[in-house]
Design a protein around this ligand. Sequence first.
Ligand code: KG4
Ligand code: ZN
Length: 351
Amino acid sequence: MSDGSLILGIESSCDETAAAVVRDGRAVLSNVIASQHDLHRKFGGVVPEVASRAHIEKILPVIDEAIGGAGVSLDDVDAVAIGHRPGLIGSLLVGVAAAKTLAWSLGKPLIGIDHVKAHLYAGALDAEPIEYPALGLVVSGGHTSLYRVDSPHDMALLGHTIDDAVGEAYDKVAAILDIGFPGGPVVDKLAQTGDANSIRFPRTLLDADSLDFSYSGLKTAVLYHVRGKPTGRGKGATFERDASSLTDAEKADVCAAFQDAAIDVLITKAQRALQATGARSLLVGGGVSANSLLRRRLLELGEAQDLDVRLPKMAYCLDNAAMIAGLAHHRHAIGAQDDLSLAAMATTELK
Ligand code: KG4
Ligand code: ZN
């Protein structure tokens, strides 16, 4: 492994414009994140065109702030890393164009990074090196997957969601309850005051040894609980009532019961995968790794089974560029780099 690498990371895959400077793949010198949540809130979800325009406005000030905040200059940087997949194409393109321009004009290597792999590296930032092989659990707005992780860059898919991602289920439940966007943090907070045993929502575990996930049944159960039986199908369906018929306390109960079911499934599947792989470390990443119940239950699991559970610091759970720069260190250390044909891609390289 090389020593003293200083990497500038850039991330623009969805609705956060981010840049960070990381030394040696672990020491985060700066981590700047400009969130666009306020722009998308009134639409109840991320609008791709709005997102890419906002990235264009923010990308250069965010990079400047990351360089300044790290107390370095662009010339000090050893490589420019970019999360170039997966994500919204229009959003990715802004970061990819910025990273290529910087790398080319500074004469520094360009390193393309897969955003999903980077989420599984977040637990190594400001922390001890990870012991491999490990089990990787990605829980984000777009992915819910388990991987066998053999090194920061080598991982094999063990299971994934066959419909909604867990973060997506949080966002949809928040929309059903009309309590805000993005849904994860609001549901998490409201759940603290609710009674998880007040309602029993389904836990979809699929076959006895399945490592796949399914969240659409849970989401539909919440929908029917809140709005009653539908008349008609699909978009044209009408319901008996809407979320305004629930008191705040009842909404809190729905949040707590939904969260209990959603997290129960993650824990059960992680246990299955730990048993199947024999891994002694568990890497967790993606926006839902900020969830208070998931964090508590994973730490309990780690304690009970003597596992090294890597929960990222809160600043590295949601989309950020420190995880991009940190992971890029490991490609830089072996002399790997990309050229200016590096493309923005909608899908992850992980199968
Ligand atoms: O990793 P991320 O920032 O973006 C993607 O790569 O998708 O994850 C965003 C997702 C959203 O669905 C958001 O609602 C969810 O993470 N999220 C949470 C929490 N904070 C963010 N879900 C549950 N509990 C939270 N505290
Ligand atoms: Zn993400």
